[in-house]
Design a protein around this ligand. Structure first.
Ligand SMILES: [Fe+2]
Length: 255
């Protein structure tokens, strides 16, 4: 498997605080069946700023450490970019790392409690620059939970979405899991990723998540998600399912 979202680089964000912990995480990734991973430290999220050249250097250093420790994981530099007022300036200054060498896709994070009012315009502006945003873990965002039609609109207009493996298997509780399932059931996501951190309760469950995806959606969908992760790293076209709006239950709030 290929993991397009994880926080394995040591000391850059809340992912891992030391090289030892990063290597431990990498070993867990390999044990879970991951061969290639995008290093996606937080960027511009109000707490962490990780400029493109620093992430590139840290990724190269980490690859050396992985090779020295004989851990068979290939790593690539990227970022998990928080939507923010300075994002377009950073993009135009070349300080945003995409998921691929051709500037095709970028990981875009929303604040967990809301979808800011300017999001629609900003996603449009990002797309105008030829970059397709991949919205990370929409299932963990309260704004999308309250208004799932907003996620549908973004996907329908060309954005992509990544569901986190641990959300899908239930690590963050039933509400998040139910929303993750609805997102996948309605063709609104094209990727599963680990979003691994060195934290309790954040074990690698990509193998379990893909097994669940096969059970619930069939091998074809699981293969599509699998291929899409590789395509995101290579800048190749992503295969989409036909997006459908999420229907809310009539008599009770579901999430
Ligand atoms: Fe993340």
């Amino acid at each position: 498997m290929i993991d397009i979202h994880c926080h394995l680089l040591p000391g850059l964000d809340d992912g891992s605080d030391s090289l030892d912990h990063s290597l431990e995480l990498a070993q867990a990734a390999v044990a879970d069946g991951i061969t290639h991973a995008l290093m996606t430290p937080h960027h511009m999220n109000g707490r962490y700023v990780n400029h493109a050249p620093e992430v590139a250097q840290a990724t190269a250093d980490f690859q050396d450490a992985l090779d020295a420790a004989q851990i068979p994981l290939v790593v690539f530099a990227s970022q998990e970019v928080r939507i923010n007022g300075e994002l377009l300036t950073a993009l135009d200054a070349g300080d945003i790392l995409t998921t691929d060498p051709f500037g095709t896709y970028m990981l875009l994070e929303f604040p967990s409690e809301e979808v800011p009012a300017y999001s629609e315009k900003m996603i449009f502006d990002i797309q105008q620059r030829g970059i397709i945003p991949i919205i990370v873990h929409p299932e963990r965002n309260q704004g999308f939970m309250d208004k799932p039609e907003q996620l549908y609109e973004f996907i329908n207009r060309g954005a992509l979405a990544q569901v986190t493996a641990s959300s899908y298997v239930g690590v963050f509780g039933k509400k998040v899991q139910a929303f993750a399932q609805d997102i996948i059931d309605n063709g609104l996501a094209q990727f599963l990723a680990s979003d691994a951190h060195y934290m309790e309760n954040r074990d690698y469950v990509m193998g379990d998540a893909f097994a669940q995806l096969v059970r619930e959606k069939g091998q074809k969908t699981a293969d599509l998600f699998d291929k899409n992760a590789k395509a995101a790293i290579n800048g190749d076209p992503i295969q989409r399912l036909v997006p459908q709006p999420i229907k809310k239950k009539r008599f009770f709030a579901k999430y």
